[in-house]
Design a protein around this ligand. Structure first.
Ligand SMILES: O=P(O)(O)OC[C@H]1O[C@H](OP(=O)(O)OP(=O)(O)O)[C@H](O)[C@@H]1O
Length: 288
């Protein structure tokens, strides 16, 4: 289970809480707090990597079990990856506003505090009212990434307008750390009816340059494959990719030959198990 719990006792000592978890034959989730003495406990910190609907349900059940066993307990939630954040608007009539549904579930659960990393957009930021570790803070902690930027004198590249305001902050934070990087912005052209990506566009001369694309999430990778292909066509010497949340739902192979180095964090997975002879992969480990 990708959920861990630390208890803070009334005497200020801390301990890990074991949760027994299983699934009923019909698929429903079950949790039980093992050897939990609610009398001794003041607060709890839950760390959750939520990628599946089962994990979301487990988290809600654990919160309920804590509240019942220790009425009044303060439970804070470390939630590096906020699921469903990308569905932050109704693009086509008839769709759900999934980020609002997810936010409603978490807010109703009554956590005393929620802390996320690099939220997808201002919509989830406003709905969730969570504390946030911003992309610029994460990038500035990433020694291998900073070294790559310096070694190759790379520029930063936003894949779309949505990513560009974050990247301006990354550039400022890097500059404060003594690393100067130029910033470029590309555009994602989408099919207005389906939202599917048709092409990436970039109005800049990048021949011979090294570029680091930065974004919050890599899922199937389409955004970055299209953009990296365009960069290589325009004569870029080297392309790196930083994403805070490395879902990599199609693995890392589709990036081979287009992206030279990938930088990500452990927000959704402790260490990405992908084998690649071609793509360098660096993971910033912060979660454990
Ligand atoms: O790896 P991929 O499958 O290409 O997905 C990754 C992209 O998806 C998200 O944005 P999204 O496309 O949801 O667009 P938005 O910025 O318009 O919300 C994310 O910010 C990446 O840009």
């Amino acid at each position: 289970m990708d959920i861990s719990i630390e208890l803070v006792n009334k005497d200020a000592t801390r301990q890990a809480l074991t949760v027994e978890q299983w699934q009923f034959a019909g698929g429903e989730q079950h949790v039980r707090l093992a050897g939990f003495d609610g009398q001794q406990v003041q607060s709890a910190i839950i760390c959750a990597r939520l990628q599946s609907s089962d994990a979301i349900m487990q988290l809600l059940l654990i919160k309920d079990a804590l509240d019942r066993a220790a009425p009044g307990i303060q439970v804070s939630l470390q939630l590096p990856y906020f699921p469903y954040a990308r569905q932050d608007r109704v693009c086509v009539a008839g769709e759900a506003f999934s980020a609002a549904v997810m936010t409603g579930l978490l807010r109703n659960a009554g956590f005393s505090q929620i802390r996320c990393w690099d939220l997808h957009s201002a919509v989830s930021e406003q709905l969730l009212e969570a504390e946030q570790v911003h992309q610029a803070q994460l990038v500035c902690q990433f020694a291998q990434l900073k070294q790559w930027l310096q070694t190759h004198q790379a520029a930063l590249l936003a894949p779309d307008k949505g990513a560009s305001h974050k990247i301006a902050k990354v550039a400022d934070a890097l500059s404060a750390a003594g690393i100067e990087a130029e910033v470029f912005q590309a555009n994602k052209r989408r099919d207005p009816a389906t939202g599917a990506i048709l092409a990436s566009e970039l109005n800049a001369d990048v021949a011979g340059r090294s570029l680091l694309i930065l974004d919050d999430i890599c899922d199937g990778g389409r955004t970055f494959i299209e953009l990296a292909r365009l960069l290589k066509q325009k004569g870029a010497a080297r392309v790196g990719l930083y994403v805070t949340h490395g879902l990599f739902s199609r693995g890392i192979e589709p990036l081979e030959g287009l992206i030279d180095a990938v930088f990500t964090t452990d927000s959704v997975c402790p260490l990405h198990p992908f084998e690649s002879q071609i793509v360098e992969l660096h993971t910033l480990k912060l979660f454990e």
